[in-house]
Design a protein around this ligand. Structure first.
Ligand SMILES: [Mg+2]
Length: 179
């Protein structure tokens, strides 16, 4: 186990809230624009189930996006995601406010981001994640980069990693073996 995996294993039990960037994490980053500002994005059903499984395990999930889009609220409603912040100019400021409101600490929060505007928030949270194809600045900070790309099941992969860590913590397994 490398040091990032060890840190991830050590910090995961404290996780209470996983925040997800939308474009490039829950989607492939493409935005289909039509006349009059008509907009389409595509979400992956596998991510949807991953989000449901996290919620069932007692971990809240939230969406946070710089762009304002009614599609994000629509997808959130489908998945029972109640924390939805769109049109956010400064993600760190929005996060600090949310953290105070929910009485959470940095160590209890995870974030998945795919691009440079996510970097500062990734540096704050206890569990920073990124996705395949992200800029190197992000992979330097993240504890885990998904093998799958955004919109292609990256969130499902990260959800499964978290759930695996909660159900069979690798650190305690190691400890048990030693005794
Ligand atoms: Mg993004």
């Amino acid at each position: 186990m490398n040091s990032r995996a060890r840190t991830l294993a050590r910090r995961t039990p404290a996780l209470r809230l996983l925040l997800l960037d939308v474009d490039g994490v829950l989607t492939d980053g493409k935005i289909y624009l039509g006349p009059g500002g008509f907009e389409l994005k595509s979400f992956h059903v596998h991510d949807g189930l991953g989000i449901k499984l996290l919620q069932e395990a007692g971990i809240a999930v939230g969406f946070i996006s710089n762009r304002k889009s009614p599609l994000v609220a629509l997808r959130a409603r489908e998945l029972g995601v109640k924390i939805v912040q769109t049109g956010v100019a400064n993600k760190v400021a929005a996060y600090e406010k949310l953290k105070r409101k929910l009485r959470l600490e940095d160590r209890e929060v995870g974030y998945v981001g795919d691009d440079l505007p996510d970097l500062d928030l990734l540096k704050k949270v206890g569990l920073p994640f990124t996705v395949r194809g992200c800029p190197p600045e992000l992979s330097r900070v993240a504890l885990y980069a998904s093998r799958r790309r955004g919109g292609e099941g990256a969130v499902r992969e990260i959800a499964e990693l978290i759930l695996r860590e909660l159900s069979e913590p690798r650190l305690s397994r190691r400890k048990k073996r030693r005794t």
